[in-house]
Write a protein that binds this ligand. Structure first.
Ligand code: G
Ligand code: G
Ligand code: MN
Ligand code: NA
Length: 252
């Protein structure tokens, strides 16, 4: 059986799952989680999410895959709500999702029938996926933002987003790609880029999440620069939902 056929079968059988990685605020509290797709093809053998998404795009079933992710996210958020928890949750989407009429209708339907969801659900799109899709994509995102969805530009800084595009894009959050953090705080040039990005986000009134925080030195340095949201292995790696229940991280 080819990998892609196995993946299709796994998706149909709902054998994929979402793992969660926390994002923390300046006070060090978890305020949000990113949902990351996991396919355990065989016991202990996880296929990288990037590969899964790439296969789904290549073979034309990224929308059903993202639809599964969206439904799982809604299920998790509903559980949290029932427990009185107020965490946000972000999911990763692909460019084709946004311009797909059915997937778009699913999002609109959620916003209409469960308006509380749009405040806690964030849609992450990579900078690259947004640029490629252009005008239609732009219009769809504008509608989603009007409906109240939070839109994050993922891997920010690695694509070709121009500054002019950035001022027009209906985003609410920038997620600075972790490659910008590798040399911080020693690399003076990288520090300047980081400082400038923090200022840029403030000027554009966008939230900024810095990804890839791995050391306490980086965390303290980022705090001093005025960075209020971070994600990275320092705080936690992506883990199964069962893990987070055990961690009792749900008590803020
Ligand atoms: O979690 P991991 O390091 O395996 O993620 C690798 C890449 O896969 C990341 O860039 C992430 O954005 C992407 N990814 C993770 N989960 C999903 C998902 O549910 N959908 C899509 N389209 N991409 C995902
Ligand atoms: O591109 P995106 O932000 O969606 O990628 C998320 C992926 O990045 C997750 O799958 C996670 O495994 C990975 N990641 C998260 N935090 C860190 C980190 O601190 N260091 C490294 N190297 N990878 C990370
Ligand atoms: Mn992401
Ligand atoms: Na990223």
């Amino acid at each position: 059986l080819q990998l892609v056929d196995e993946l299709k079968a796994a998706l149909s059988a709902h054998e994929l799952c979402l793992w969660l990685q926390p994002k923390v605020n300046a006070a060090g509290q978890v305020y949000s989680f990113e949902a990351l797709l996991r396919w355990e093809r065989a016991p202990g053998q996880f296929v990288p999410a990037q590969r899964v998404a790439q296969l789904a795009e290549q073979y034309g079933f990224i929308v059903p895959l993202s639809s599964f992710v969206l439904n799982e996210a809604v299920r998790i958020l509903t559980q949290w709500r029932d427990k009185g928890l107020t965490f946000e949750l972000s999911i990763n989407l692909a460019g084709p999702d946004i311009i797909d009429a059915l997937f778009f209708a699913e999002l609109v339907s959620l916003a209409t029938h469960q308006p509380w969801l749009v405040d806690v659900l964030e849609l992450e799109l990579t900078e690259t996926s947004i640029i490629i899709q252009s005008q239609l994509m732009f219009e769809k995102l504008s509608v989603l933002k009007k409906l109240g969805f939070n839109l994050a530009i993922d891997d920010f800084g690695t694509g070709q987003a121009s500054l002019s595009l950035l001022t027009k894009l209906p985003a609410t959050t920038l997620k600075l790609d972790r490659s910008f953090l590798t040399g911080v705080p020693d690399d003076a040039l990288q520090v300047k880029v980081l400082q400038t990005t923090i200022q840029l986000a403030k000027a554009l009134e966008l939230k900024l999440v810095v990804e890839g925080v791995e050391t306490d030195q980086q965390r303290r340095f980022l705090l001093r620069l005025g960075c209020e949201r971070m994600q990275g292995y320092l705080f936690a790696r992506p883990n199964s939902q069962a893990y987070w229940n055990r961690q009792k991280l749900f008590q803020p």
